[in-house]
Design a protein around this ligand. Structure first.
Ligand SMILES: [Ca+2]
Ligand SMILES: [Ca+2]
Length: 306
């Protein structure tokens, strides 16, 4: 095996605009493990290995008298890595997916090669053929931030307050996007409880938002690519005669960005209904029952006296 002086280098960076190249202000990501594996010509000086596996977890098998080599590096504070003193051969570079990031673009550098599909981790560029003393650069790995999506719901009048039949409640569902724009559609499924009736045409939606109703189920969607910030949906529901002791309303979020309610209670509203509806006699009011029976008894007594 002839020891040559080829090199291979690249950068791991936060590709904020996800365009595959490191723009101004896009910082490198340090501490990322990079592996360089390859097959180099044996004593006969001929590279026999025709291809290396695309799967970054599969160890290459070298053909003929080729010899397997492996080198590892960790990116520096600027996200840069470099291997030097490499013999000519066929190589594969593999990037361990950095924590806190979603897999982004990978770039095939100056000595060619084939990249694996975006979204498949670890990220790989394989079949890089380094000739003697080659200076290979630009084997870069872009990474994107994962959006953190939270959902909260509130009502006007406030949840927990008393309402009466015929009253209109305004619900606001806020989707807060942080860290990065959303990658997928955020779906909000809101089931109006018994005694609530959607006010037709009462939807207000943010940019990129839509709402539809089917029976008691209101479905609102926020399109993929929603920017960081708060996106609010509102709609109204009327308290109907079907209401019993309380009316409840709960929204369930879903989508690839894994939107979550800020707490178990934050996606639910409940209102106590007074002054109408089928309001059962509270079981914890024996004095009311006693007073009622006295009144009825009194009426019956007076009737008998006539
Ligand atoms: Ca970029
Ligand atoms: Ca990656």
């Amino acid at each position: 095996m002839r020891v040559g002086g080829a090199s291979l280098a690249g950068t791991v960076f936060h590709d904020a605009d996800d365009d595959g190249s490191q723009g101004g202000g896009e910082l490198g990501i340090g501490g990322v493990s990079i592996a360089l594996q390859g097959c180099v010509a044996g004593l006969d000086g001929v590279l026999d290995t025709a291809a290396l596996p695309m799967d970054g977890n599969a160890v290459p098998t070298c053909a003929g008298d080729d010899q397997y080599v492996i080198r590892t590096a960790v990116t520096d504070g600027n996200g840069q890595y470099a291997f030097s003193g490499l013999p000519a051969g066929r190589y594969r570079v593999t990037e361990a997916q950095p924590a806190g990031y979603v897999d982004g673009a990978r770039a095939v550098g100056t000595s060619g090669g084939t990249a694996n599909a975006r979204g498949v981790v670890p990220s790989v560029v394989t079949d890089i053929v380094l000739v003697t003393d080659a200076v290979a650069t630009g084997y870069d790995f872009g990474e994107i931030r994962q959006a953190v999506v939270t959902v909260a719901k509130r009502a006007e009048v406030a949840s927990g307050a008393k309402v009466s039949v015929g009253q209109t409640l305004t619900y606001t569902v806020e989707v807060t996007v942080a860290e990065a724009p959303t990658r997928g559609v955020v779906t909000l499924t809101d089931t109006l409880g018994q005694g609530l009736e959607l006010v037709p045409g009462s939807f207000t939606t943010p940019a990129g938002g839509t709402c539809n109703a089917a029976g008691q189920v209101v479905t609102c969607e926020l399109a993929a690519g929603a920017a960081e910030g708060t996106h609010a949906f509102t709609y109204q529901a009327k308290v109907t005669r079907g209401a019993t002791t309380s009316v409840n309303n709960q929204v369930a979020p879903g989508g690839t960005d894994e939107p979550r309610c800020t707490s178990a209670q934050s996606c639910r509203t409940t209102h106590v209904v007074t002054g109408g509806g089928i309001t059962p006699v509270p079981v914890n009011a024996p004095w009311a029952l006693a007073a009622l029976s006295l009144l009825l008894g009194g009426l019956a007594y007076r009737r008998r006296q006539r």
